[in-house]
Design a protein around this ligand. Structure first.
Ligand SMILES: [Fe+2]
Length: 201
């Protein structure tokens, strides 16, 4: 068990672990800069072509220059996916949202027991209520976005904020004027895909 898993296994399920966001970042930076991502087979999407560079610039401006540089170094080798079946999310979804899993049992950078990657959401989009059995921690790199949990109200979050979604807790995100780039880490049941809540599309 590496130090990331140790830390998470001791604290996840109760609250946002102290320093969890930094752990997400350091795990990605370490894996990406160690050159272990050479096996990445690239796939891009229009939303990525349009917004990823801008998201990296914004992230650097918010103090995440090291992460932005690490991601920029591998950006042509990332595998981006929209994950959800189009009948569950509508045709707009993959024009606005993309996910790149970087670390995990089946990801280009192999790890057991957790997975980690990136979420990119173009401005002015609602990523509606969805759930998954994995526990999830997001580290937000870009300026203001709105996040909601357990049918609660949308709350404004800023670059550097950490968001924790417990296993099975419904959550939603909304972008307004800015693109959102947020690395995430999953623990627990990482094999089961997320599902949109019925009626949430
Ligand atoms: Fe999630």
């Amino acid at each position: 068990m590496n130090c990331l898993q140790e830390h998470l296994s001791g604290t996840i399920g109760h609250s946002v672990p102290e320093g969890a966001g930094r752990l997400v970042m350091s795990a990605l930076e370490r894996e990406l800069t160690a050159g272990r991502a050479d096996g990445l087979s690239p796939r891009t999407l229009p939303v990525v072509d349009t917004w990823f560079e801008a998201a990296l610039d914004l992230s650097a401006a918010e103090g995440f220059g090291k992460t932005a540089t690490a991601l920029r170094n591998v950006k042509d080798r990332l595998y981006w996916d929209s994950i959800y079946p189009i009948e569950d999310v509508g045709e707009d979804f993959d024009a606005y949202c993309a996910f790149a899993e970087l670390v995990g049992p089946n990801a280009p950078v192999r790890a057991e027991g957790y997975s980690a990657g990136l979420t990119l959401i173009a401005p002015d989009f609602l990523y509606n209520w969805h759930t998954h059995p994995a526990s999830e921690i997001y580290m937000i790199l870009t300026p203001q976005s709105l996040w909601a949990l357990n049918d609660g109200p949308f709350m404004a979050k800023s670059a550097g904020d950490v968001v924790y979604h417990a296993s099975g807790a419904p959550h939603a995100m909304k972008t307004q004027g800015h693109v959102l780039l947020a690395p995430w880490i999953w623990t627990g049941d990482i094999a089961t895909e997320p599902q949109m809540r019925s009626g949430s599309r």
